[in-house]
Design a protein around this ligand. Structure first.
Ligand SMILES: [Ca+2]
Ligand SMILES: [Ca+2]
Ligand SMILES: [Ca+2]
Ligand SMILES: [Ca+2]
Length: 277
């Protein structure tokens, strides 16, 4: 994307694997541009000169909220090259870019509540310098794993804060389970729901769950398989799953409780009376 006196608004977009023979692998803002980038990911770009992910060249005022940069490379400014522009970055992650994350030539960018890799914590309120624990950076999956320091580490007062993350998960979510919902850093919000399984009936059996776990990411499709013990039979689901389909699938779009009922077989033994002659 090339901006010259233009101010596009881009939300929940992944910019991936572009190559610039000069500068600006993902975006080159030349002059007088104020792009608003929200929930965007910049991954796997390369630029031979400046700005693997983004170049802000002259008199630009880009606003980045909840954007993630990783695996971008350039000669200078692997993630972002800021020449004489005023960059505002809030709730962003810049990690694993080469040779650096943000290169500033003249103006000082305003970076807050962001995770920026470097020798020190990047100057600004709420910034951290810690491995964000991406799901699989090598495969360009930059979702956050449970326990990531970026979870609930952003600010809910960020400009243009969206109601959902890049994949439609609800923001602002209490991802560290401390009772206070706070937005995460980066394009992904770590949003989980609980699944509780119960057994009922006078029989016995088990329920196999794939994937396993009592906390599942928003949107996860779970398969439940009822397995009756030899003397019992499965007679149906109740709660947030209904019917006798087995296995059954459900989508984790909210907290759910499911009960599996098992009943014993009724066994009739023939009664034989042998009368004495
Ligand atoms: Ca995800
Ligand atoms: Ca959160
Ligand atoms: Ca929390
Ligand atoms: Ca998510």
């Amino acid at each position: 994307m090339y901006n010259d006196h233009s101010s596009p608004e881009v939300t929940s977009c992944t910019f991936a694997a572009n190559e610039a023979s000069g500068s600006g692998g993902g975006i080159y803002s030349f002059t007088g541009s104020s792009p608003i980038l929200t929930n965007c990911t910049f991954v796997g770009h390369s630029a031979h000169s400046m700005g693997g992910g983004i170049v802000n060249y002259d008199a630009d005022t880009p606003t980045l909220t909840n954007c993630t940069f990783s695996g971008n490379s350039a000669n200078t400014g692997g993630g972002i090259y800021d020449r004489s522009s005023l960059l505002t970055a809030t709730n962003c992650i810049l990690w694993g870019d080469s040779p650096d994350e943000i290169y500033v030539a003249q103006a000082e960018p305003v970076v807050t509540y962001s995770d920026v890799q470097g020798a020190d914590v990047y100057p600004g309120t709420g910034n951290i310098n810690a491995d964000p624990a991406f799901e699989d950076a090598a495969m360009q999956d930059l979702d956050l794993l449970e326990g990531s320091p970026c979870i609930d580490a952003g600010t809910n007062d960020a400009p243009n804060l969206p109601a959902t993350d890049f994949e439609g998960d609800p923001r602002i979510y209490d991802g560290d389970f401390d009772g206070t919902p706070t937005v995460d850093m980066g394009a992904d919000e770590f949003a989980f729901h609980t699944l509780a399984l119960y057994l009922a009936g006078n029989g016995s059996g088990t329920v196999e769950q794939t994937p396993e776990g009592g906390r599942l990411e928003h949107g996860t499709v779970v398969t439940l398989t009822a397995v009756a013990d030899p003397s019992s039979s499965f007679t149906g689901w109740s709660g947030d799953a209904v019917g006798t389909t087995n296995p059954i699938t459900l989508t984790m779009d909210t907290d759910k409780e499911v009960t599996a009922t098992f009943m014993t077989y009724r066994v009739y033994l023939p009664l034989v009376l042998r009368l004495a002659p």
